[in-house]
Design a binder for this molecule. Structure first.
Ligand SMILES: Cc1cc2nc3c(=O)[nH]c(=O)nc-3n(C[C@H](O)[C@H](O)[C@H](O)COP(=O)(O)O)c2cc1C
Length: 435
């Protein structure tokens, strides 16, 4: 089919402009957070900009320490949200997150395949193991990371078997003979594994566009191996160029070891954008958005992820790797490893460490500046081999998202880095999987 667009570009549908103190702006329209209109508008804008997909992150818990001061993880169910977006759009891909730790695979397989029919082949699945929420599912402790990924691998296998258990060409609709479907083509899966026993078949046939594309988030060694084996793309947290190059090279090598082509897996870092007409305005926007992030909160974050309390230290104190304890279990290897590698490399002062994206936000690549600055940064990452595209996470204000559509995308298109027309109408087409 068509040649894929030069960069793979997604937009986080997370109202990230409302996080931290963003919701307190007069023009934030925070009251719309749980109504569908704003999401439809964003998805339509993303479609008009010819992006590959909108992407819905998701969690299954609400951190009580956040909800008093910011939306945090307050959110509509992604499958329900995407069902509404499927009917309001016609071309753009719709990627939903679903956890393999807390859901039954039959339900996830069915929800995603149902959405694939509603959207006519535009669905993708972001596979996450999840970092919290166990107490909402009758579990005291979260399973160890390695075991979560073993479960994720089996979960994904079951979901794929279920999708294949009822192929669309089984449907014959033969009114004459009375055959609705060729039952020989519909097969039980009889899966018996370490975590799941599922007979199948699924009660939704597979949409004819082919396998639903898989995304993955999580970059521990197990997460990387899992992604290298099954994923079409990885949603990555790479705060600096160094982390981006390391992750992309490593994933490409792991994919090759699995017998795949290194180009089969796209590395799509989250790109946090604080955009304004001038650099000074963008700095102000970033500062205003983060006023609620006190020193205490940042130190608590470091303690949670590195297992050490730096609160008694002076800001000028260099933080070195020998100050870090050896941790047996961490919440997210991605976040702990990023911080550890940065400390190893730079021995930063505590003050510097507290300004890192991993500590201030969600460990994403961060651009605070003008649309031109964003385009320069994107070019630099791509040329350095640190990204195959990105997932835009506009922050701070609605204007930041508007500038992304009005200026960043046209500048990228002018540079030949984003498409100006869709060549196909399914997510597989956009990702070049049918080429
Ligand atoms: C960029 C990025 C995005 C993520 N998005 C989600 C998400 O939407 N929902 C979720 O439950 N977990 C999310 N996670 C967490 C991962 O699924 C995973 O549980 C976590 O990173 C621990 O795995 P790791 O040790 O391989 O890093 C995300 C992680 C990263 C790095």
């Amino acid at each position: 089919m068509s040649r894929p667009a030069p960069l793979c570009i997604g937009l986080a549908l997370a109202m990230s402009c409302l996080t931290k103190s963003g919701w307190r702006r007069e023009d934030s329209q925070v009251e719309h957070l749980f109504s569908i209109d704003d999401y439809i508008q964003l998805a339509k804008q993303a479609e008009a900009a010819k992006l590959d997909f909108v992407f819905r992150p998701d969690t299954l818990f609400l951190p009580m320490e956040m909800v008093g001061t910011e939306p945090g993880f307050s959110s509509l169910d992604p499958m329900v949200l995407l069902a509404a977006l499927a009917t309001a759009t016609s071309k753009i891909g719709l990627v939903s997150t679903a956890s393999t730790t807390f859901n039954p695979p039959y339900v996830v397989a069915r929800q995603l395949q149902s959405l694939n029919w509603l959207s006519q082949g535009r669905i993708g699945w972001n596979i996450v193991t999840a970092i919290d929420g166990q107490t909402n599912f009758g579990q005291q402790n979260l399973m160890a990371s390695k075991q979560r990924y073993e479960m994720a691998a089996e979960f994904t296998e079951v979901v794929q078997k279920l999708w294949n258990s009822y192929p669309d060409d089984a449907l014959t609709f033969d009114r004459q003979s009375g055959e609705f479907a060729n039952s020989n083509k519909v097969q039980a899966i009889n899966h018996h594994g370490d975590f799941f026993n599922v007979q199948g078949p699924l009660n939704v046939p597979q949409y004819p566009s082919g396998n639903i594309p898989l995304f993955q988030a999580g970059a521990s060694p197990w997460g990387r191996d899992f992604a290298a084996k099954v994923a079409n793309a990885i949603f990555a947290a790479t705060p600096d160029l160094h982390a981006g190059i390391e992750l992309r090279n490593d994933l490409r090598q792991r994919a090759a070891l699995q017998g795949r082509n290194a180009d089969d897996i796209k590395v799509l870092p989250g790109l946090s954008l604080y955009l304004a007409e001038t650099r000074q305005q963008a700095e102000d926007l970033y500062y205003q958005t983060h006023t609620s992030l006190t020193r205490e909160k940042k130190l608590a974050y470091l303690q949670k992820n590195l297992g050490v309390d730096f609160s008694a230290l002076d800001d000028t104190q260099p933080i070195t790797v020998d100050m870090l304890p050896k941790l047996d279990a961490v919440r997210s290897h991605t976040h702990t490893n990023l911080l550890t590698r940065f400390i190893e490399r730079e021995s930063p002062t505590l003050e510097h460490l507290l300004t890192r994206p991993e500590v201030m936000g969600s460990a994403h690549w961060l651009v605070i500046g003008t649309p031109e600055d964003a385009v320069e940064s994107i070019k630099q990452r791509v040329e350095a081999g640190a990204a195959d595209g990105f997932i835009a996470v506009p922050g701070g204000s609605r204007q930041s998202a508007q500038l992304f559509f009005d200026q960043v995308i046209p500048l990228l298109a002018k540079a030949g880095l984003s498409r100006t027309e869709y060549q196909g109408s399914t997510l597989r087409d956009h990702l070049g999987l049918n080429a």
